[in-house]
Design a protein around this ligand. Structure first.
Ligand SMILES: Cc1ncc(C[n+]2csc(CCOP(=O)(O)OP(=O)(O)O)c2C)c(N)n1
Length: 659
């Protein structure tokens, strides 16, 4: 194969590949030296595996996205990242790709079409799906390539991502870098099939196993696949055999690896082999090889010194807080005066439909959302109007679809992902809290994804279809959490959430869907995120609440006509509207925080603490909380009734008034 390739591959390409292959090795040698000198803190070595990163990257076009892992330095160098900036990243300097906020290879760069990993490994496989989906939808003849180790193939995300890619025929090359060990775990304890590539037919995709230490085999295989996939989009699984020649990371040693393996694989070193091949074919001389090394070492040494000369990063709290969210340019447009009576469910459907019309780049994804219209019928009729490319039924896999949402965003699109029930978000939690939420702060990449969350109890649906889980997300910097209580708000806030370039968790109480209706403005309008709403003014007692709590508060107030209630609907739970909370507290001096979520760790505790700390002097009584019981949500009606906060609301109000 190599001999035949030589005829079709020019010497200059062969020599270019040689430089590309050497560069990560020489950088690593320098890093290991610096590590021994105590000048850097941690290093994950890819020595012996460079042919895979370099061969794959060189085979793609520069504007095709690659998603590397912790041993893929060769991806970054082949894409020609400025070395001083790369080293500044390793040093945690302001000039690095994450401004000191994340370490080593945990970063991406749009300029170089690289999406870096998060520590959790598997999640980026699904991000690749999203990028590839964008290529498909935009009819771009492009391929996306993502890496995983053999350890990562045991993760659920591997299965989800490959299955989605296959069902949707996405142009993704999944490269498994099989280096024998996952930390200390040998392949015999990682999987039972003969080869990982054997799984490909199970997913309905092609699979190819290649020698990952043979640069030209990697380069020609991936070049050929990329060419073919650009013409005929589809996923392919490529297993590259290689070996991890050093410890998992430098401090962790290699005691558990039999010495013979190092000896055996040492002879298969990709640089040794490639240089031998070039010499045998008269393309490289000893002198030439020496010269290349010297030049590269000079470049590396200069860049290292430049990075070390940079001052340590200095924290500025406003700047750190200011980078949590992408600046939002949501144009708050005023509602029209013509209205139509809509139920909560109709208003959400209307908001979503208008958003799909307004943003041609918006895609709706979820289980059964297309022909079936979603289990709550929010997207009924959408398939006819927008087509199956934009209204996408998904396989049963929350994580891969949420990851694909980030991928779409990276490729300049927007998505709404429907959880069939808010409870099922637990299957996609890593994508939300680690990937979507942190992307902007880490490397300036926004996640333009709205996750719709049909939530709440009161329908006898038991512990797995009734949970209030908004507090899982209000504790996650980088997310916005929106929770409307009325049809008109639901429509305007959903439109605003979709306009907002940040990830938004959008909670919809299922028991409100068909129980409340009101006149809702027609047409496209958005309401500001982060602004609470005064449902009614009053003087005796303040109820701060949201979602179903607003209905409960209104009912309680209606049943006590002699008491004057101030009711504040928070509408957005993250970020909170502290000014509105302050006004609500000062209006009466008696504050009850009400939510359907359970008590311990609920948002009420946070708001109560804020009031105690900042508004103590405005209080005439202790802040009281009324929340659901600290149990899972029970099924039988009498149990559910006593679980819910509303069963204790009247009593709590009376206690507060009496104080
Ligand atoms: C979800 C998760 N579990 C555990 C780890 C710790 N961890 C980091 S790398 C690694 C081994 C990964 O093995 P493999 O996928 O084969 O890649 P390799 O390190 O061999 O390149 C482990 C267990 C992690 N980062 N994320």
């Amino acid at each position: 194969m190599e001999a035949s390739l030589h005829h079709s591959t020019s010497s200059s390409l062969l020599l270019d590949l040689h430089k590309l292959l050497l560069k990560p090795r020489l950088i690593e040698e320098k890093m290991l030296l610096l590590l021994r000198q105590g000048r850097i803190s941690k290093w994950f070595s890819g020595i012996g595996q460079e042919a895979i990163s370099v061969g794959c990257t060189a085979a793609l076009h520069d504007d095709e996205w690659i998603l590397p892992l912790h041993r893929n330095l060769g991806v970054f160098t082949t894409r020609q990242l400025p070395l001083a900036r790369l080293f500044a990243q390793f040093q945690g300097r302001e000039e690095g790709y994450t401004k000191g906020r994340d370490r080593s290879f945990h970063f991406g760069t749009r300029d170089h079409h690289i999406v870096g990993m998060i520590s959790h490994l598997g999640p980026q496989l699904s991000v690749a799906d999203g990028i590839a989906l964008a290529h498909t939808l935009k009819k771009e003849a492009k391929v996306c390539l993502t890496f995983t180790g053999e350890g990562g193939t045991s993760q659920g995300e591997f299965h989800e991502a490959l299955n989605v890619a296959s069902v949707w025929q996405l142009p993704v090359i999944f490269v498994v870098e099989n280096n024998g060990y996952g930390l200390s775990t040998p392949t015999s304890e990682q999987y039972r099939c003969e080869d990982i590539v054997d799984r490909a037919p199970g997913y309905g995709m092609e699979g190819i196993k290649i020698d990952g230490n043979d640069l030209l085999e990697v380069y020609t295989t991936i070049s050929g696949l990329a060419k073919s996939i650009r013409r005929d989009p589809r996923p392919v699984l490529v297993e590259c055999t290689t070996f991890r020649m050093r410890g998992h990371e430098e401090a962790s040693g290699t005691k558990y690896v039999p010495k013979e393996l190092f000896e055996e694989w040492g002879t298969k070193d990709p640089i040794l082999r490639y240089e031998r091949y070039l010499r045998e074919h008269g393309v490289l001389t000893d002198e030439g090889a020496k010269e290349v090394r010297e030049k590269l070492n000079e470049e590396i040494n200069l860049a290292v010194e430049e990075a070390f000369s940079l001052p340590p990063v200095v924290s500025s709290v406003p700047k750190e807080l200011g980078d949590v969210y992408r600046e939002s340019k949501v144009l708050v447009s005023s509602p029209s005066s013509s209205t139509r009576k809509m139920r909560f469910v109709d208003a959400i459907s209307d908001g979503l439909r208008l958003s799909l019309r307004h943003h041609p780049e918006l895609v709706l994804m979820g289980q059964d959302v297309a022909l079936y219209g979603g289990v709550f019928k929010i997207s009924e009729g959408f398939l006819e109007e927008f087509g199956q490319e934009r209204i996408r039924n998904t396989p049963l896999c929350e994580s891969a679809i949420l990851g694909a949402g980030l991928g779409l965003s990276i490729a300049g699109m927007k998505s709404v992902v429907e959880m069939q029930f808010a409870d099922f978000v637990s299957c996609g939690i890593t994508q939300i809290v680690n990937n979507l939420a942190k992307a902007h702060y880490r490397w300036g990449q926004n996640a333009d994804v709205v996750v719709r969350m049909p939530t709440g109890a009161g329908t006898g649906a038991g512990p797995f279809h009734s949970q209030s889980n908004e507090a899982w997300f209000t504790h996650t910097p980088g997310l916005k959490v929106v929770y409307p209580s009325s049809p008109a708000d639901a429509k305007g806030l959903l439109i605003a959430s979709i306009e907002d370039p940040n990830p938004v968790m959008f909670f919809e109480h299922k028991a409100l869907y068909r129980s409340v209706s009101e006149e809702v403005p027609e047409g496209y309008y958005s309401l500001p995120l982060g602004e609470a709403w005064v449902v009614q003014e009053g003087e005796d007692v303040t109820i701060i609440t949201y979602g179903m709590g607003v209905e409960w508060a209104k009912r309680a107030a209606g049943a006590m006509p002699d008491t004057s209630f101030y009711i504040l609907d928070l509408r957005t739970l993250l970020p909170l509207d502290y000014a509105a909370i302050e006004r609500a507290v000062r209006a009466t001096g008696r504050v009850l925080i009400l939510h359907e979520d359970t008590l311990i760790g609920g948002l009420g505790g946070e708001i109560g603490a804020y009031i105690g700390e900042h508004l103590f002097e405005a209080l005439d009584a202790p802040v009281m909380r009324c929340a659901s019981l600290d149990t899972p949500v029970p099924f039988a009606a009498p149990l559910e009734e006593s679980f819910l906060a509303k069963s204790r609301l009247d009593e709590t109000i009376r206690r507060l008034l009496k104080y």
